[in-house]
Design a protein around this ligand. Sequence first.
Ligand code: ADP
Ligand code: MG
Length: 267
Amino acid sequence: MNMSPKHHERFGISSDTIVHARGVSKSFGALQVLKSVDLDVPSGKVACIIGPSGSGKSTFLRCINHLEKIDSGLLLVDGDLVGYQLRDDKLYELPPSAICRKRAEIGMVFQQFNLFPHMTVLENIIEAPVHVRREPVKEATERALQLLSKVGLAEKRSAYPRHLSGGQQQRVAIARALAMNPKVILFDEPTSALDPELVGDVLEVMKTLARDGMTMVVVTHEMGFAAEVADQVIFMDGGVVVEAGKPSEVLSNPSSARTREFLSRVL
Ligand code: ADP
Ligand code: MG
């Protein structure tokens, strides 16, 4: 496998930085959705992104995962370039094969679970390890069963997604992300589609991952989770990072009136 050189040193970034964004901007037509966004997520840390609907949170996660191309700025994941602006205004981009390889190192968990409906729980989890990573089925299955135990669903290995509750589907989606041994998992409002009584189990699994040292970027409206688990909270509004810091700063003692106004609506 082509091990391209890492770019931490070149950009003066600590080698344990998993996500590094500087001045990341993105427009859809005339609409500028991200306006010079900065973020650093060290290995093993949890960043929670909060903010009103339409503030660019999902778009930012999609940029980190190469699902959207950035227009300008610098974006590195584990020292590999997602994109950056050169002085001559050309944007450096990874070739498609490298993007595929890179995306396989980044887990993504969506609001709507996005499990493959025609596959069992076990088949969902081993799909990428077997077909993308070429792992033997036996090994991938053993590991999948361990991961299912970890998310409390060992007995559901043969079930189809439609027979699971939303909370169970989301825990399968987390196990599926973990099966690729990702460098980071991006969560986009993972509990927003769930009935309230199912939210707790999913958050418990996410807390366990955080305690185990998984690097996570979590877009969420669960302020209790952010307060307890996040190493840093980022408040975005209108495509801008308005405020970022420890939960005790941003959630308990925000310096910006916009953050205070948002928190007064969601808390
Ligand atoms: P959030 O996740 O914070 O609710 P999004 O990143 O989904 O915000 O969206 C930010 C803005 O970008 C919204 O105004 C949305 O309508 C717009 N947007 C998102 N994706 C696209 C797209 N593919 N094409 C055009 N506009 C988009
Ligand atoms: Mg969103």
